[in-house]
Design a protein around this ligand. Structure first.
Ligand code: GLU
Length: 493
């Protein structure tokens, strides 16, 4: 049997972490089984769906770098993959259910439903949902009312006095008393639009979906779906409800905990590989002790048997750790390319938005080894290497003066520094430069730190900076000397 799974978002908002995880698990499962991963747009709620959210969906997966095999843009044997283009299909099937006695026409107006709700409230009744007012109208009578143009919906006739049972691959056996299920939900609305329940069942069946991996928030809908499958005489796919995603405090992940929409993670400077790797861990177990997985490795190791039943914790700190690890694993060229848009936006090469010249781009690439080990987010990089691209306002005098030293000693250090710039730049390796400066300090009776610190501040503008020797090499002799001179001038006045 070919495994066929789907990601079925409604374009009513931007892509968020929960949705991405659902898509990822579906993708991993399909790939691990040589099956197919399908994208279906569930845009039946036309009041809430917007074009910009569909665009966000495509942009998000372009960024993430994994794709579906069949979908609205790629096509496939069961298209169209957009529900609003499949309305005739839903109508036809809804009418068929009525014919078979599993659904019925309902003529209740929204005013009447509101009235029922108010009466119940007043009498403090525990009853909820539809009161099944139209359930027993004989089909012939109902059909003639429909034919005469009376407004109607189609409702599912939930069999009463029974239970609905199914086995969820993750959760195990699930049983619902039918009386506890949303009472006779609408399948087809009065405007002819299907509801989620009807459309999802028909599409999953027709598209040959074998497994449904989706969020646990859909658990209450599942018995309705099982009843629908039974009503059509179809076999339902295997259900795998994914564990909830929680914050560290055990509450459902939300804005209160941090970013949840993918755009925010992109803007913060996360790498897609890091995000994918971490998200895959949130709700499934992989090998003991191994944390870094490429997408291919995730495919190899993923199994729906390893999905966890209990809620999964989304730990932002852990995600940051993953991002740092992935930054360190990147080549200089790849890291520079990934960071370039942020550098341009932050104005590293001129005004914000200005692109680099060839020389600037070259320097940018060469500066990557200086920061690779020191950042967690791509967005931190431009600020950290800015001193290589721009002159800066020198910090106040006190910043230059090492502990236990004074102004004159500091000036002396800077002047001595000027004498050895050439040798430091010409040293073949950092180690060679370090040995040279150490020997020089011994000879001059200087403490290493008392020489290094003022030099560092003069050259980078800060006491804490990327390594000094490679910075000197990237800046070159002329720039370096100019900066030391400016510092000397500041300290002398
Ligand atoms: N359209 C639903 C959503 O927005 C799909 C739920 C399902 O996977 O059945 O998540």
């Amino acid at each position: 049997m070919e495994i066929r799974v789907r990601y079925a978002p409604s374009p009513t908002g931007n892509q968020h972490i929960g949705g991405i995880r659902t898509a990822l698990y579906n993708y991993l499962y399909a790939r691990s089984k040589g099956g197919k991963f399908i994208l279906r747009l569930e845009d039946t709620d036309q009041t809430r769906c917007e074009e910009r959210y569909t665009k966000n969906l495509y942009d998000s997966f372009d960024w993430l770098g994994f794709r579906w095999d069949e979908g609205p843009d790629t096509g496939g044997p069961h298209g169209p993959y957009v529900q609003s283009e499949r309305f005739d299909l839903y109508k036809k099937h809804a009418a068929e259910l009525v014919e078979r006695g599993h659904a019925y026409y309902c003529f209740c107006s929204s005013e009447r439903l509101e009235e029922v709700r108010r009466e119940r409230e007043a009498s403090k009744s525990s009853e909820t949902g539809y009161d099944r007012f139209c359930r027993e109208i004989p089909l012939e009578e109902a059909a003639s009312r429909v034919a005469s143009g009376e407004a109607h919906t189609i409702r599912l006739k939930i069999p009463l006095g029974k239970s609905t049972t199914y086995t969820d691959h993750v959760i195990g056996k699930v049983e619902w008393k039918n009386e506890d299920i949303n009472s006779d939900p609408v399948l087809l609305k009065s405007d002819g639009f299907p509801t989620y329940h009807l459309a999802v069942i028909i599409d999953d069946h027709i598209m040959g979906i074998t497994h449904i991996l989706r969020a646990q928030e859909w658990l209450p809908s599942t018995p309705i779906h099982v009843i629908l499958y039974d009503s059509f005489g179809w076999q339902h796919p295997e259900f795998c409800h994914l564990p909830m995603v929680m914050g560290l405090d055990g509450k459902k992940l939300s804005k209160r905990h941090g970013s949840t929409s993918l755009n925010e993670f992109i803007e913060q400077g996360y790498l897609p590989q890091a995000l994918i790797n971490y998200i895959a861990m949130v709700g499934a177990s992989f090998e003991e002790g191994k944390e870094i997985y490429s997408l291919d490795e995730l495919i190899t190791h993923f199994s729906i048997d390893k999905l966890s039943k209990s809620p999964a914790i989304f730990d932002y700190k852990k995600l940051e750790w993953f991002n740092g690890q992935y930054i360190r694993m990147m080549s200089d060229d790849a890291l520079a390319a990934a960071t370039l848009p942020f550098a341009i936006a932050q104005g590293l090469f001129g005004k914000p938005g200005e692109k680099p010249t060839g020389a600037q781009e070259e320097l940018f690439k060469k500066s990557m080894p200086l920061v690779k080990e020191r950042v967690v987010f791509l967005t931190e990089i431009p600020g950290k290497v800015e001193y290589l691209f721009k002159d800066f306002v020198l910090p106040p005098k006190e910043e230059f003066i090492p502990k236990k030293a004074d102004l004159n000693q500091t000036l002396d250090s800077l002047k001595k520094g000027k004498d050895i710039v050439k040798q430091l730049i010409e040293a073949k390796t950092d180690e060679e430069a370090e040995n040279f400066i150490k020997t020089y300090c011994e000879k001059e009776g200087l403490k290493l730190g008392d020489l290094m610190m003022p030099l560092r501040v003069a050259i980078t503008g800060s006491k804490v900076s990327p390594p000094l020797f490679p910075s000197l090499r990237l800046l070159g002799e002329e720039q370096t000397l100019k900066r030391i001179d400016s510092a000397i001038m500041l300290l002398e006045n």
